[in-house]
Design a protein around this ligand. Structure first.
Ligand code: CA2
Length: 147
């Protein structure tokens, strides 16, 4: 029997606050709600989903490094580190698996500093502005890529 495909969902700083503040920008679903929906979707697709969130850059870098052996594909919302972190970019560059970058908000409609992400050039695809649906679309895209 074929080995189950593994996808890691990584969320960066402050995304643990989803649903608790700023619903006008980020919506009303909590991160736990989003992860639960994605786990259901993953089960339908016979994908093993690992969900991870951390507020610190080092923890995110370590998690990304572990994905090389622990995962077949990565969905990442690096939060504000998208716009600042060369360490996260370098860790992602070392991965040989497909990466999909997701942002809940449309980063191009906001402050100018959000319009550049160090991650985007490494990503197989970038989804932004569609709220939590973006994670679901990313999982569907990885399902196709990993088949
Ligand atoms: O739109 C996105 O998903 C972002 O990655 C979210 C980051 C922001 O820095 C990026 O520019 C775009 C911020 C996440 C903060 O999340 C909060 C959620 C609820 C309340 C406060 C912050």
């Amino acid at each position: 029997m074929a080995r189950k495909r593994k996808v890691t969902l990584i969320n960066g700083p402050n995304l643990n606050l989803l649903g608790k503040r700023s619903p006008e920008i980020y919506g009303s679903q909590t991160l736990a709600d989003i992860e639960a929906g994605l786990r259901e979707q993953a089960e339908q697709l016979s994908i093993e989903l690992d969900c991870f969130q951390d507020n610190s850059e080092g923890a995110l870098v370590s998690k990304i490094q572990s994905c090389e052996t622990e995962s077949d594909g990565v969905i990442i919302n690096p939060g504000a580190y998208s716009h600042t972190s060369i360490a996260i970019r370098d860790a992602l560059e070392y991965l040989s698996h497909p990466i999909i970058e997701v942002h809940l908000s449309n980063i191009f409609q906001r402050e100018e500093f959000r319009a550049h992400s160090f991650v985007s050039e490494l990503a197989a695809g970038v989804i932004c502005g569609l709220g939590p649906k973006g994670y679901s679309l990313a999982l569907d895209a990885l399902d196709e890529m990993l088949n």
